[in-house]
Design a binder for this molecule. Structure first.
Ligand code: CUA
Length: 316
């Protein structure tokens, strides 16, 4: 990071090149349009200056072909750009198999990040070069926004819901992370660093000084600590849905609706258990609102995910 002026930030992710191409093409196109309008204005100003002997006897009132052309051509061009941008956006959002999962909890005014092996970071995220990373993000208080200019990615981090971001870093180095949503007094100081390392170096870093347990193991302990196991474990006397193989499954609710059991569903089930009652069960689960923090919920979700997909026909 030197102090010299750059028109663009460094470009260090797969999306960055695509985004720059789109942005520059759009800018070039707008320049061409602006130039054409300018030339037409200047030309008319000169040609029809009051002291010039231009023919003013039959001013054209309409020119259908011209009007159709200047309506249709820009429409098609901009629809094309829309399709292009939409295509790039779907690439950005595309499910990347084997993406490295990282959870992000934002709060006033810091970023708390956790890798699947339980390694935690604050205001700093280490990622491997060339491997897709998937962030699952939420906020503990107000809306923040995870913004890495060098990767050309930005996503709001919203309390009460999970948002995701995927990126693949293409250059090793250190890049700045900003909060891009005004979130109070120290918003401007809510910054961090993304450290992109060669895969082998990253693997060493990830395994060094790692905590005693993986996120899933911590989730398992929390599952017992908060008493979830008392009802949801096999052999529990209270009738509650079994949770192994839950993640990703379609769940049928009491009112006949079906939902996919994703992270957001599990979070809702913990905090507002009476909202979506699973078909065949009584609404007896207490709410954990205000008793469990976001990082613990994410750990429990990781634990449920680690239990894998069970036989889809059992325990709806
Ligand atoms: Cu967090 Cu601005």
């Amino acid at each position: 990071m030197n102090s010299s002026f750059h028109l663009f930030p460094e470009s260090a992710s797969l999306a960055a090149g695509r985004y720059d191409t789109l942005m520059l093409s759009l800018t070039a196109l707008l320049c061409v349009v602006a130039l054409a309008v300018l030339v037409a204005i200047a030309g008319s100003v000169i040609r029809y200056h009051e002291h010039r002997p231009a023919d003013r006897s039959h001013p054209p009132l309409a020119n259908k072909p011209l009007e159709i052309a200047w309506t249709t051509i820009p429409l098609l061009v901009f629809l094309g750009i829309f399709a292009w941008a939409a295509h790039d956006y779907t690439l950005l959002a595309q499910e990347t198999a084997g993406a490295l999962p990282v959870t992000v909890v934002a709060r006033q005014w810091m970023w708390k990040l956790e890798h699947a092996n339980g390694k935690r970071e604050i205001n700093e995220l280490h990622v491997p070069l060339g491997q897709a990373v998937q962030l699952t993000m939420t906020s503990q208080d107000v809306i923040h926004s995870f913004y890495v200019p060098a990767f050309r990615i930005k996503q709001d981090v919203v309390p009460g819901r999970y948002t995701t971001l995927r990126f693949t870093a293409t250059h090793a180095g250190v890049y700045r992370l900003f909060c891009a949503e005004y979130c109070g007094t120290d918003h401007a100081a809510m910054q961090g660093r993304i450290v992109v390392m060669p895969p082998a170096e990253f693997a060493r870093w990830l395994d060094a000084d790692v905590g005693p347990e993986t996120t899933a193991a911590r989730g398992s302990a929390l599952f017992r600590h908060y008493g979830c196991a008392a009802c949801h474990d096999a052999g529990a006397t209270v009738q509650a849905p079994r949770l192994d193989g839950l993640m990703g499954r379609t769940v049928t609710l009491q009112d006949g609706r079906t939902v996919t059991a994703d992270a957001a569903y599990v979070r809702d089930a913990i905090l507002t258990p009476h909202k979506d009652i699973v078909a065949g069960y009584a609404p007896i689960m207490p709410t954990y609102q205000g008793q469990i923090d976001e990082q613990d919920i994410l750990a429990i979700i990781e634990y449920l995910r680690s239990m894998g997909a069970a036989d889809a026909s059992t325990s709806r």
